[in-house]
Design a protein around this ligand. Sequence first.
Ligand code: GLA
Ligand code: GLA
Length: 665
Amino acid sequence: MTTPPRWLRPTRPGQPPRLEYGADYNPEQWPREVWDEDVRAMRAAGVTVVSLAIFSWALLEPEEGAYDFGWLDEVMDLLHAGGIAVDLATATASPPPWLTARHPEILPVDRHGRTVWPGGRQHWRPTSPVFREHALRLVRRMAGRYATHPALAAWHVSNELGCHNAYDYSADAAAAFRAWLQRRYGDLAALNAAWGTAFWSQHYSGWSQVLPPRMAATHPNPTQQLDFKRFSSDALKDHLRAERDVLRELTPDVPVTTNFMVMGGTKAMDYADWAAEVDFVANDHYVQRTARPLDELSFSANLTGNLAGGRPWFLMEHSTSAVNWQPINVPKRPGDLERHSLTHVAHGADAVCFFQWRQSRAGAEKYHSAMVPHAGEDSTVFRDVTALGETLRRLAAVAGRDRTRARVAVLFDWTSWWAVEQDSHPTDRLRYREEALDWYSALLDLGVRADVLPVGADFADYDLVVAPVLHVVPAGLRQRLEAYVAGGGHLVTTYFSGIVDEHDHVWLGGYPGALRELLGIRIEEFAPLPDGDRATLDNGTAGTLWTDRIEVTGEGVEVLARYGDGRPAITRREHAGGSAAYVSTRLGPDGLAPLLGELLGRSGVESELPPELRGRVELAVRGEFRFLINRTDEPVGLAGLPGEPLHGPLDRLGPRGVTVLRAPE
Ligand code: GLA
Ligand code: GLA
């Protein structure tokens, strides 16, 4: 079998490596004469690639089996003539009205048994055989028609799989869930054991009794919920694979991707498990109005880069300015368009694309920013977009460079994320991703580079491994962590870590179960904090959310900080060469920074930045290229940094500015 290329297929002979630039392009929303304008303006802006036909099913197949590819042929030809490559969608993201009218059985059903009707988009069941058949027929048509088109650089399967249809509780989902469970457990006895069905009279005596966790009288079975999350991620992955396999069969030399959503607020897809299914990783990211939006962006880009195994990835969507789907949609500030884009590039993106090229006149996204806004090309946004195109051209030498590994890893685990935020826990206030982000922010505040690493990746060679709320620790992971520390590694973990196995069954004998020996501590009862309560520590910091009543049980355990009542709050156990530390409360970035400073010191990790830049500047490295990103709204002096500036001034970063340096020979 041919191995598909790991990056865009070149659409011009001898095309030199470059950073790609572009957007989702929806020409079907515009009259024919606008298309010529589009290609002209794309060239002016430096656009090299567009994603096409994402929501075009109803126009490409207006009636069942009747196809109209004429308009798409013309757009493909126009783009190619303009030197613009196409990341062509399979067009299956949103089923057309004729399909849902004829086959309402493809519509998802929510946990209350209510049908999700057409009218928006993505109203299809991931497990519907009827939907799958219709979608694959279209994919086959698309692949057959455009296989040899010279503009075709990559395939874009569907769009943001699971954005709106991740959890479906329909009859199709029930049947597929049962089949998935049969593969996972083999027999019903194993399922009963794993789900702990002796509880609340939930014992199953036949497979047909097993259902998705539909709206129940009270807390549905937690293992059933966790398995349903695993299954739902797998069901969407299965759809991705089905489309991909058709594409690989018909166009083996064209790479296949799909746009992930590695960002806050979307957790249904285990992208660590999906990443190997695509020829290159693509991601969408939208800035959220959180306490530290730039850190969240960096965290997402960093995780995406590590999902890609350190290799370059494709930023498929972000926004030039405001979006339309947050409660209040604030435009970006001057400098942020470039800073956001280059932060993604700093973490390995070799393509910077937006949703979308031309701002829509009609439809739900008409107030979403684009490269060409309603105001037209005579606008600040378009001028900024054009300047960014120029910047990316100047940075072409970066293309193809892998991320350079850091010495610190922050572990990220979808299973723990899912499990820890289920109901009927000690507190419902715990947010997995926020705790992970706090540690990442604290590292940025200290000027220390870290890799946000999927937990399944090899972390053996990192000097310090941070494992925030690593709640689900199966025996295999416990062994990996123990081997890491035994091998001289330094581990730090937090409250509610090591508590359950893969079935969400508690490890007995005292918390933190699977990590008790490694940490040399024992906890009999959790002590989460009510809203507004703070637990003061004797190191001058204070915790919220959670505390533990820790008893020190192991040899060589040092108490790094205590609560007001004298009980241990932060501990660290020395092992031969390595160590294992435990933080029993939520300290936030400001409280974590001094602690991390100490832990970094003991693991021999230092900031690669001069002291005056630490915290004010984020450093990211790709080979010989160093990205210096101003995290503040003030200018920052860069005097004395070695290297040749590829972008931005060498002596001073402007507010929100970015400088890219090439290391001296
Ligand atoms: C998602 C979708 C796009 C568009 C944007 C708007 O990322 O993939 O089609 O709806 O959101 O932000
Ligand atoms: C009620 C029920 C118990 C138990 C508790 C939990 O009292 O009768 O079975 O579920 O709630 O607090």
